[in-house]
Design a binder for this molecule. Sequence first.
Ligand code: ATP
Ligand code: MG
Length: 331
Amino acid sequence: MRVVSGIQPTGGLHLGNLLGAILRWVRMQDEAECLFFLADLHALTIDVDPAKLRANVREMAAALIASGIDPAKSTLFAQSAVPAHPELAWILNCTARMGWLNRMTQFKEKSGKSREGASVGLFTYPVLQAADVLVYQATHVPVGEDQKQHIELARDIALKFNNDFDVELFIPPEPFIGGGTAARVMSLRDGSAKMSKSDPSEQSRIHLTDSDDEIAQKIRKAKTDPEPLPEDPDQLEQRPEAKNLVGIMAAMTGETPAAVLQRFTGQGFGMFKPALADATIALLEPLRKRLIELRQDEAALDAILAAGAEKASALAAPTLAEAYRAVGLRQ
Ligand code: ATP
Ligand code: MG
């Protein structure tokens, strides 16, 4: 079992990333060989501020370590430090079909109304993502629900490549999506949009770096409705914001939404929100303290990433060489 997954250094780590992906990565470290990377090449697909990106890579590395990723157990590196990723991505760009990429909903969401003005990189990003996992022969890719379609695309690319070139090179990876409500944490401002780093509204998400007061304030102002909480989770189906807050509580405490509702049945959000803020602060505060310490030693972070990149490059090299050979190059 080999686990590979990444996160874009496009902004600060938020509660959705943490519950949907990172805390699951942390748990998998003891069960499998794990590679985790900062998807800094992916971060180029939207507008780039070079100075900010440089700082964000270190900051995200510190945030992952603060959240429990242990560089002694897992290989932690920046994607751009391992050229095998973009090299394989080019080869796979020639395997993937336009029609497949046209169906990717994330491109539609991220390009918005300006499809013609979106970068080509944003369109082919899922192919680079396929290369990210295929180059390591990953068996499990722990991601949030929003990435399911991209992992399925990686499977299709792997199968087509193997078939086209009559090789058994790539392992079609499994999306490994957590159960329960953590898989899709929604925005605090809009129950129909997922919580994202790239959402322009700071109020839409809770960052690992938010102070206790900011966390409490964001939850207090989170969009809700005036109805009391029901006993039955099915009754939240038409109330996406309420459903999301109950889901976040459940993901943090490990309860089911039904168990959370049992504690709050008949109560309004005036009672629920302070309890949710307390639970969120209890989860994030120790991580934030570690992050503040870790980010001070930039040299140590750089050394961790450099060692990780060296290990990752060695693991990627044989598969990349096989891929070149399969298509008739470099032999
Ligand atoms: P961006 O807006 O830049 O795409 P993001 O918040 O979507 O940022 P990513 O770096 O794209 O974060 O994703 C990192 C991991 O976090 C992925 O595994 C993704 O599936 C997961 N993830 C992102 N948002 C959520 C969310 N709202 N709920 C659960 N998991 C999420
Ligand atoms: Mg994303």
